[in-house]
Write a protein that binds this ligand. Structure first.
Ligand code: AHG
Ligand code: MN
Ligand code: MN
Length: 345
């Protein structure tokens, strides 16, 4: 028997599931409380529901426009509404989440005013809608915020807190595989879990993700070049300059789904930028449920998240669906972008 592997040797290699990781407090103290664990597990359950819809999207006529438009004035794809409905149904099942702010809803959705509901969720249920019917990666983005005073009726104002106050943030990426990436902040780190559809579990696959100090890829929609302010044009030309000593030109990568572009930048380093331009003077991406969750994640992974001249997480929100310029990436790369925006370069 000595030269054969014991039958049990392999079994000790069973992966750590998302549920175990949270329950065993490996996501840090706030996650280990029953309520928080339950919310994160509800979100991972919703991820399974949405994954099954995404994987069949081309087959069950989920594609195509519903003919209605959302608060952004954009055509709403059916999958956006399905993802929104799935998340609301799952989050509303227990009395842990008082209300949800969603890209798909003009106003907040109050789930319960029960004082035991300690948390609020802001979410982009389906990010990258324009990529749904061309089979390109899409995602879900969420932030979890502690409710200030559970004795007071919940209102939209409860959501208007700077991103530094988030208790947790994460995203689901429906790519070649489905992944959940989440964090409760720098102390607990950023961790990725990959879905195994053969057993219906998310297994720890990327423990303690740290973004490289500097990268070699830049991600921006070059189609907006004519609309950019001069500082952005100067940065874009600089990043494409032939300067081997400084590691330029950077390679260009742009999917057009924030979750996909941000996930690649988080793992490989570099920079993602959606700056303000003539068409979107406030920027295109939404502060509460796109920029803040990713800014929270990137800072927890040692990266930076800027609106061009300062931290995203320090912005004091005034409206649920307000937009912001968003620059995410390796510290050195975001600092270089800010140097161009502030005229230092
Ligand atoms: P959503 O589908 O939730 O509206 O988000 C789309 C966003 C984001 O995913 C992406 O980074 C950005 O739109 C791409 O915008 P452009 O097509 O203007 O580059
Ligand atoms: Mn989005
Ligand atoms: Mn969306």
């Amino acid at each position: 028997m000595s030269d054969q592997k014991s039958a049990h040797e392999g079994s000790s290699r069973i992966g750590i599931t998302l549920e175990t990781f949270i329950l065993e407090g490996m996501l840090g103290h706030p996650a280990a409380t029953g309520t928080f664990t339950s919310i994160l597990n509800q979100i991972s359950f919703a991820a399974k529901l949405i994954t099954s819809k995404v994987r069949r999207a081309g087959l069950v006529n989920v594609l195509g426009y519903t003919g209605s438009t959302n608060v952004q004035g954009e055509q709403v794809m059916k999958l956006d509404e399905e993802a929104n409905a799935a998340l609301l149904a799952v989050l509303g099942r227990r009395k842990h989440v008082a209300a949800v702010a969603s890209e798909e809803l003009d106003e907040i959705e109050v789930l319960t005013n029960d004082s035991r509901a300690r948390y609020l969720v802001m979410m982009d249920p389906l990010d990258g809608s324009s990529n749904i019917d061309v089979n390109v990666s899409i995602g879900t983005i969420f932030g979890i915020l502690k409710r200030q005073d559970p004795e007071v009726l919940v209102s939209a104002n409860d959501f208007l807190k700077p991103g530094v106050e988030l208790s947790a943030a994460g995203y689901i990426m429906y790519g070649s595989s489905t992944m959940v990436v989440l964090t409760t902040g720098k102390a607990s780190g950023v961790h990725g879990f990959t879905y195994d559809p053969t057993c219906g579990e998310f297994f720890l696959s990327h423990e303690n993700i740290k973004i490289p100090e500097k990268g070699s890829t830049y991600s921006i929609n070059e189609g907006n070049h004519a609309k950019w302010p001069d500082e952005v044009k100067k940065w874009a030309n600089w990043i494409k300059d032939d300067n081997k000593a400084e590691g330029r030109p950077y390679g260009g990568r742009y999917v057009g789904t924030l979750v996909a572009d941000a996930h690649r930048t988080l793992l490989k380093g570099g920079i993602f930028a959606y700056p303000a331009d003539k068409k979107s003077p406030e920027g295109k991406l939404r502060l509460l449920y796109e920029a803040n969750p990713f800014a929270f994640i990137f800072e927890a992974a040692g990266g930076k998240a800027s609106h061009g001249k300062g931290r995203i997480l320090e912005i004091q929100p005034t409206k649920l669906h307000q937009r912001t310029p968003l620059i995410l990436g390796s510290p050195r790369d975001v600092e270089a972008f800010e140097d161009f925006m502030t005229g230092k370069r």
